[in-house]
Design a protein around this ligand. Structure first.
Ligand code: 13P
Length: 259
């Protein structure tokens, strides 16, 4: 059984490095004892290096690492505006979110995500792969949609590497302001479905420890149910990760329920 993981996706927030540092300090200092739960913070690229230095200087006794919100599939070269997985690794980043629905909405597809996953893995980053349907239809077509996302984005990933990934199930209809989260049952069923697809493709032994986490309007009120009854391995909160009180409550819930 893997330890629970809570990954804060700050998206394009906050507006200044000063605010980013303040938020990271508030989060890190809001616990006295978190031993088992892994915490990952994914700020915008531009803050990563300074936040890494800050964490090093403060030397908090937490399993807190930094992640990026995207990375490109090539290592180096004429790719204006892109940042490679290797560059991120070289500044001390350990994780990267790939295939977030907000990037898919800008045109990224499963083939792009597959190339990004391969590059992240070969650079030594742990990919957090986001999957999830836009809508749920009565004929359950959304199951095929999620299956295709998994199969195409994980195409030709080696059996050795597959156990390193984290899957975040984030139904698009549950993300952001004015939406409702998935129910615990919806998550539990989907997580069984996802693990079955993974195990058919890579063999049960290689995928039984892959963490399948939930994202989409997660907060300090609904987190407990997702873990207790949904068997979630952790969370990928967006808005709640920008509020140190809410975010630390989610982490404390995971810590208490960690086996
Ligand atoms: P919210 O928690 O704000 O709904 O965002 C979820 C998300 O997209 C995290 O990646």
């Amino acid at each position: 059984m893997q330890k629970k993981i809570v990954i804060g996706n700050w998206k394009m927030n906050p507006l200044s490095l000063k605010e980013a540092e303040k938020l990271l300090i508030e989060i890190s200092e809001s616990f006295s004892l978190i031993k088992k739960t892994e915490i990952i913070i994914c700020p915008p690229f531009i803050y990563l290096e300074s936040l890494r230095r800050l964490l090093k200087a403060k030397n908090y006794k937490l399993k807190l690492n930094l992640g990026a919100q995207d990375s490109f599939w090539e290592n180096i070269g004429a790719y204006t505006g892109e940042v490679s997985a290797e560059m991120l690794y070289n500044i001390g980043v350990k994780y990267v979110i790939l295939g977030h629905s907000e990037r898919r909405a800008m045109g990224e597809n499963n083939i792009d995500i597959n190339k990004k996953i391969k590059s992240a893995l070969s650079s030594g980053l742990i990919p957090i792969i986001c999957i999830g349907e836009n809508v749920r239809d009565e004929k359950h077509e959304y199951l095929n949609f999620v299956k295709m996302q998994i199969e195409e984005s994980l195409d030709k990933i080696s059996r050795n590497n597959i156990s390193k990934i984290i899957i975040a199930y984030e139904p698009v209809w549950a993300i952001g302001k004015g939406t409702l989260p998935a129910t615990v049952e919806e998550f539990r069923e989907m997580s069984i479905f996802i693990r079955k697809i993974l195990s058919d493709k890579f063999g049960i032994d290689n995928v039984e420890n892959i963490r399948i986490i939930y994202g989409g309007s997660v907060d300090e009120k609904n987190a407990e149910g997702f873990i207790k009854d949904g068997h979630a391995d952790g969370f990928l909160p967006g808005r709640a990760s920008l509020d140190s009180k809410k975010f630390s409550k989610i982490i404390k819930i995971c810590e208490v329920l960690n086996k």
